[in-house]
Design a protein around this ligand. Structure first.
Ligand code: NAD
Length: 361
């Protein structure tokens, strides 16, 4: 297979982890006889320095052209006091909007070698393997009217949570499709005992489920889901929810795995004529200015994002599994970065990337 990938390393450790992710992508392609044509673009602080804005027109063009996009992270301390619309992070909103990626997928799984890094007891975390699917472009973060009116003690803040049938349909449908390749279980999370948007959410989920009789659907209220994620996280396979619930619960899910440096994510949009999804892949973490430029960052979240890209944007499941198994082998070998608290000298970012390639074979 031949495909094009846009790499947007961004700022800080983004550059270091994206470098290792691309190393692994190239290695997988060599091993499995694929050709990845990789282009590099500017996003975030580096783009502000070079072009004056965080999401230049050239990057916009490149991400629309590429078959998939891999991002490192954005954010530089020197821009911390800039207004939000000029900061590097605005580049993230720009690219998500341009690519129309409406579902954020965060795989959360436990690794035997990292069980002690989890805040939960080993027996609760061992065997966790779920994907949290968060609706990404609707709901209360985008609804209008919004704003603060009035002054002082008389002021009032307003946000609006709104969802259309179509917005719920596409993200729940994607969840059922994902479940078909896994344990065939979808948990739809809502607050239908209080919110009308959630009543509609549940109604649509039930309708969509009729097209997937081979997949089990159950519903959980969001407050109960928050509790179940720590009481019995192994019960979940695919968990789908609206934007704000997903923002909160995906961070709760993130800590199950141990270190933030471990976590990949995939933001998925429309299905292309070839059957694969438009995708933007990035580790969950930020640019980590405290360790940037020191070859200390854990690249496994970025490398896991490559595995997600291979699976969702290119349908290369065997190749994705090879990357995930190699990550697990490297964790078991103990050759890991400082955030995973290795017994001996911590490995560098580069050494971990090389070790993953070696484990792929
Ligand atoms: P952060 O994720 O960059 O760092 C939080 C802590 O985790 C730091 O101590 C850092 O050293 C550590 N850490 C993060 N990733 C790591 C890795 N791969 N390996 C080892 N340790 C790792 O969050 P922050 O400090 O709140 O934000 C720093 C900058 O990143 C800010 O400008 C913020 O806006 C930006 N940010 C960007 C994204 C993104 O690009 N998607 C996400 C979050 C934050």
């Amino acid at each position: 297979m031949e495909f094009s990938v846009l790499s947007l390393p961004g700022d800080g450790i983004g550059v270091e982890v994206a470098g290792e992710a691309i190393r692994v992508l190239n290695h997988v392609c060599r091993k499995f006889n694929h050709k990845a044509n990789i282009t590099e673009g500017l996003l975030g602080g580096i783009a502000i320095h070079t072009t004056g804005g965080p999401f230049p027109a050239e990057t916009e063009r490149l991400c629309l052209e590429a078959d998939a996009t891999l991002m490192g992270a954005v954010g530089l301390p020197e821009f911390d006091n800039w207004p939000p619309e000029k900061r590097p992070e605005r580049g993230l909103l720009g690219i998500r909007k341009t690519m129309g990626v409406y579902a954020n997928l965060r795989p959360v799984r436990s690794y035997p070698a990292l069980l002690d890094s989890s805040p939960l007891k080993n027996h609760l975390v061992d065997g966790v393997d779920m994907i949290i699917v968060r609706e990404l472009t609707g709901g209360i973060y985008y609804g209008t009217p919004r704003g603060i009116t009035g002054e002082g003690a008389a002021s009032r803040g307003t946000n609006t949570m709104t969802y259309s049938w179509a917005e719920i349909d596409r993200v729940t449908r994607m969840s059922f499709e994902l479940a078909r390749n896994r344990r065939r279980k979808v948990t739809s999370v809502d607050k239908s005992n209080v919110l009308e948007t959630s009543q509609l959410w549940r109604r649509v989920a039930v309708e969509v489920a009729k097209d997937y009789p081979d997949v089990e659907l159950n519903h959980l209220l969001v407050d109960n889901c928050a509790m179940q994620l720590v009481l019995n996280p192994k019960q979940f396979d695919i968990v789908v929810m609206e934007n704000m619930f997903g923002d909160i619960l995906s961070d709760e899910g993130a800590v199950l795995a141990g270190s933030i440096g471990m976590l990949p994510s995939a933001s998925i949009g429309a299905r292309k004529p070839n059957g694969f999804w438009v995708g933007l892949y990035e580790p969950v973490h930020g640019s980590a200015p405290d360790i940037a430029g020191q070859n200390k960052a854990n690249p496994l979240g970025a490398i896991g994002s490559v595995a997600a890209m291979l699976e969702y944007s290119f349908g290369l499941k065997e190749e994705a599994a090879a990357v995930n198994s190699a990550v697990e082998a490297v964790l078991n070998s103990g050759q890991v970065t400082a955030d995973l608290r290795p017994k001996g000298t911590p490995a560098t970012t580069t050494q971990v990337g090389e070790a993953v390639c070696e484990a792929i074979g």
